[in-house]
Write a protein that binds this ligand. Sequence first.
Ligand SMILES: Nc1ncnc2c1ncn2[C@@H]1O[C@H](COP(=O)(O)OP(=O)(O)OC[C@H]2O[C@@H]([n+]3cccc(C(=O)O)c3)[C@H](O)[C@@H]2O)[C@@H](O)[C@H]1O
Ligand SMILES: Nc1ncnc2c1ncn2[C@@H]1O[C@H](COP(=O)(O)OP(=O)(O)OP(=O)(O)O)[C@@H](O)[C@H]1O
Ligand SMILES: NC(=O)CC[C@H](N)C(=O)O
Length: 615
Amino acid sequence: MKIAGATLNQTPFDWEGNSRNIISALSEAKEKQLDLICFPELSICAYGCEDMFYSNWLWKKCFDVLTEKILPHTKGIACVVGLPLVHNDKLYNCAAFIENGELKYLVPKQNLANDGVHYEVRWFTAWPVDLQETFTYKDKSYPIGDHVIEYEEYKIGFEICEDAWRTDRPANRLQKRGVNLILNPSASHFALNKSLARQELVVNSSKQFECTYVYANLLGNEAGRMIFDGEIMIAKEGRLIVKNQLLSFKDYQICFWDNSESNKEAELYVSNVNEEFQYAVALALFDYLRKSKSNGFVLSLSGGADSSTCAILVSEMIKIGLKELGLKRFLEKIHKTEWMQEITQNKRPETTIAQKLLTTAYQSTSNSGHSTYEAARKLAQEIGAVFYHWNIDDEVETYSKKIEQNLNRPLTWEKDDVALQNIQARARSPIIWMLANINNALLITTSNRSEGDVGYTTMDGDTSGSIAPIAAIDKFFIINWLKWAESALNYKNLSYVNKLSPSAELRPKDKKQTDEQDLMPYELLLEIEKLAIRDKLSPVEVYESLKNAAIADKHLLKKSIIKFFQLWTRNQWKRERLAPSFHLDTFNVDPKTWCRFPILSSGFKEELSILEKWD
Ligand SMILES: Nc1ncnc2c1ncn2[C@@H]1O[C@H](COP(=O)(O)OP(=O)(O)OC[C@H]2O[C@@H]([n+]3cccc(C(=O)O)c3)[C@H](O)[C@@H]2O)[C@@H](O)[C@H]1O
Ligand SMILES: Nc1ncnc2c1ncn2[C@@H]1O[C@H](COP(=O)(O)OP(=O)(O)OP(=O)(O)O)[C@@H](O)[C@H]1O
Ligand SMILES: NC(=O)CC[C@H](N)C(=O)O
């Protein structure tokens, strides 16, 4: 028997596209003479339908798509497709088991995901253990519930994503019911290193429950923020048999195991966070571009670490996409087939495409350094992006003069430091937005998670943008990733960027402004952030956890913790206003997906005064 897992790149409510992916995969599965194929969780409507799950039509549409469009393509094969479904006035997250053109069983999820980026309890009800009932729709009845399904030589049981991550999981009971094949349709968000945890889960489950375990995750940037890595695994009694390439640019992938090959073994996944970051953001940008039907990206390129990272990631989106899809399919997917002729005439399609998809601008002021200009220019040249350079001193001066006339006093760096910095960052915004509008392109904002923590950014200035690809990753990671990218991805001109210390370049040059002097060392900021925000420790607890670490002397540590908590609380409103970003790391500070915090609060006044006096 040939058993398969399949991944799908779906889009909310894209009935035509989503069913096409499923039907294409089914037709390939039939060509390969597969017997059973497991598709991911909620794959008919997509996982990220958000509050549309509340509607009373969406689940019906899913059921119609399943029975009218997909079922006719399931003759001679068994498959599992995920969909939402209302039964007795409650919404359930179900796996539909189909055999030879017939919908046989509906098996609902028993444990709902409700942590981090998941909010399933908001829409769905967990199905009670052991309960079996009948679901009726359009005069037809189907068994719904905690079923074990006999199919050929197998007794099949289900764990739907989160089901498998709990201690009290269905597999404990399925084993007692004689199940020897567990299918797991998943919608498991990407996070750095997470694939290792999933691999361990799948391999160990197959061992512990003495079964074959099939895992199939969704793929791509489905709905804007969450990324799925499209992982497919099959494990048998503690051995990994099948594992696919993650983060594919394709519409779907299938991986199968012929169970007559009893000795088959797959290579275990070894994680490389630099590559995971590269592939995940490249795929997320690609899907965002094509699904938003935009013409490309516009980026204010400073030659600093953040904007350079964004530029490289767009370039990697093109390179990886071309390598995996080929030119024709790449252009079809971004709705640009008309570029075909021009690009084939060129020796390096990736740079010709970069020139069309990425427009950058260096926007100098009298405070900008020549080295950042050179770093930006050389990087844009290496990538092939359009590079403009203009000066914004006139705009800054016009605004400043108007204010001075009305205030009837000169603006000075001694009195007006932050305002004089912010006006420069803001003066860059209207013109770069204008370019984005002219190109009908997405404006990239270069915000990273560390600056989001402490609000080290000008609202409506350098926060301007429609998409924030690196807002979920910390600056310490970015600095190290760029060094890796210079050699591993062979961007020679990154050497100019990598020589610079991060600086906003908003104060006069003689003040030698650097981010780390304004804030604290980025590595320290990261350690404080992990304890204060991820682990929710109090200021004193953060201090106690770090005081014996070699990361900073006690004076700097205490000062930095106080600064972190003050800036964190003061800047929740800024985090609420950042452009949509992808979820990338094991945690996140985005209030819309992960980390809720009050906009107004005491600012931990009492807790910080205790820390100040702490020994
Ligand atoms: N709770 C709240 N809800 C709504 N608004 C609130 C608020 N608290 C303050 N505000 C308002 O926020 C405004 C201040 O915010 P904003 O104008 O953004 O400016 P602000 O946060 O005061 O300053 C920006 C900081 O970012 C740094 N920066 C800027 C630009 C680029 C870079 C770089 O690294 O390249 C760094 C700059 O050095 C400075 O330290 C004030 O008008 C204040 O009234
Ligand atoms: N001279 C400039 N030309 C174009 N854009 C700029 C310039 N200075 C700043 N910006 C924009 O403002 C953003 C915020 O600046 P910030 O200093 O935080 O990032 P960076 O310059 O990319 O990296 P780093 O902080 O490591 O220097 C930049 O990423 C860039 O988009
Ligand atoms: N969709 C889900 O149930 C996902 C939950 C699970 N904890 C995961 O991240 O993989």
